[in-house]
Ligand binder design. Structure first.
Ligand code: DI6
Ligand code: FE
Length: 415
């Protein structure tokens, strides 16, 4: 209403990397910036301190001087499998002794050993193990996280994983997007992958839809997992129920996953080390975001890098995520994911930070409200004890997080 004073907080004396591509400065940087946040956690105003309207300043409930610290949009980790029980340090030892990931999987280890542990875990054990990982990610600056199921592979456990993900998000005021990864691996009680795909389509997808437990569905389309034809059948059923689509595509071999994801209008296709030029061109045309997972490439010592030059040339936007999972990327730091993206994939620090914010929002279908800092968006931001944004991608193992705001609620720091 005109003239109404809305309670708000002012944050000033900040260097703000808005990541807003409409601003011409690298990182959308506002050098001597200020930010006004409403009581309901929205950004009421953002810009250079010198332009801050006097009325906003006078009416503020509280005022925080950030002493020149760096402000960024909260990180969005758009690809994790963080709800599971057990660990896979034995696989790790086997691999170091010479076994390959696909050999361990074919020998009945790999994903299925985590499925056994997850099915057997009590609700409390599953929740507390997963909570640690979620909070570790939050401590590395994450305000929104995507969590996939896929370590249950029966109806009850898949639903339990998705409910656990939702309840952890609600308990800690972290925005959680859930994804049903039904086609992750064939569970031992099914003789063929086709029969398992039928079961998922007929019994599990409708249950998830009726409880509204997932925002999207995902599949592992790979020679050791599910074929493009099975994936397409599952995608058609999921889209019919209103789910958004994502795909683990072309990670270990070129199976045409990138083009398949694009053809189905998927939000994103993830991994893509082996994606073809045609696949990437289809993604560019469909507006499908690439999600790069340097933690998995590092952990598996993958020597084939994702075709970044081709992505840049074709205009495929790319996000960076942790892929937090027990088998191929036991990584719980978004800061380390940024560093790995730069050192292993050779993305620039600016591309890495865009990948953890603006482009990750695209991969979750929330680019209209998150991923950049501008007026009218949610006040999900982080404050760091660094001067230059590139320092966040450059350092290995430290954590200069000063404080974090999730929808205006402040965690850490003294403000
Ligand atoms: N791709 C991966 O890298 C993970 N899942 C997937 O579909 C691996 C998960 C695991 O090994 O537990
Ligand atoms: Fe994954």
């Amino acid at each position: 209403m005109p003239g109404e004073v809305i309670a708000h907080t002012i944050w000033s004396n900040a260097r703000i990397a808005t990541m807003d591509a409409r601003l011409s400065a690298p990182y959308g940087l506002i050098d001597d910036g200020a930010l006004a946040v409403t009581a309901d956690g929205m950004i009421a105003w953002i810009g250079p301190v010198a332009d801050l309207p006097a009325a906003l300043l006078e009416d503020a409930d509280s005022h925080h001087d950030l002493s020149g610290r760096l402000v960024l949009p909260g990180f969005i980790d758009c690809h994790t499998h963080l709800v599971y029980a057990g660990d896979r340090s034995q696989d790790f030892e086997m691999r170091l002794a010479g076994a390959r990931y696909d050999e361990i999987a074919r020998a009945g280890g790999g994903i299925l050993s985590t499925v056994r542990a997850t099915r057997a875990a009590s609700g409390e054990a599953l929740e507390s193990a997963s909570e640690r990982r979620l909070l570790a990610l939050a401590e590395s600056g994450v305000t929104t996280v995507e969590i996939k199921s896929g370590y249950g592979l029966d109806r009850e456990t898949e639903l339990r994983i998705l409910r656990t993900a939702r309840s952890l998000g609600a308990r800690h005021a972290i925005r959680v997007h859930t994804t049903f990864l039904g086609l992750h691996a064939r569970p031992p009680e099914f003789a063929s992958t086709d029969e398992y795909v039928d079961f998922v389509i007929e019994d599990v997808l409708p249950a998830i839809a009726s409880e509204n437990l997932a925002d999207a569905v995902d599949a592992f389309c790979e020679t050791i997992a599910f074929t493009p034809a099975q994936t397409a059948r599952y995608f058609d059923a999921a889209r019919g129920l209103g789910f958004a689509l994502k795909l683990h595509a072309d990670q270990l071999s070129d199976g045409g996953g990138a083009a398949l994801a694009a053809r189905h209008g998927a939000l994103c296709a993830d991994h893509l080390e082996h994606a073809s030029s045609q696949g990437l061109a289809a993604m560019a045309a469909a507006g499908t975001t690439a999600v790069l997972l340097p933690g998995a490439a590092y952990f598996l010592r993958e020597t084939k890098l994702p075709p970044l030059d081709e992505m840049r040339r074709l205009g495929v936007s790319f996000a960076i995520a942790t892929d937090c999972n027990p088998g191929t990327s036991p990584l719980v730091s978004m800061l380390l994911a940024l560093n790995l993206a730069c050192t292993i994939f050779r993305v620039t620090p600016e591309e890495a930070l865009a990948g953890a914010t603006r482009n990750a929002a695209r991969a979750l279908g929330i680019a209209d409200r998150a991923g950049t800092l501008s007026t009218g968006r949610v006040a999900d931001f982080t404050v760091w004890d660094v001067e230059r944004p590139a320092q966040l991608a450059y350092a290995i193992g430290g954590n200069p997080l000063y404080l974090l705001s999730r929808g205006g609620r402040i965690f850490g720091g003294t403000g």
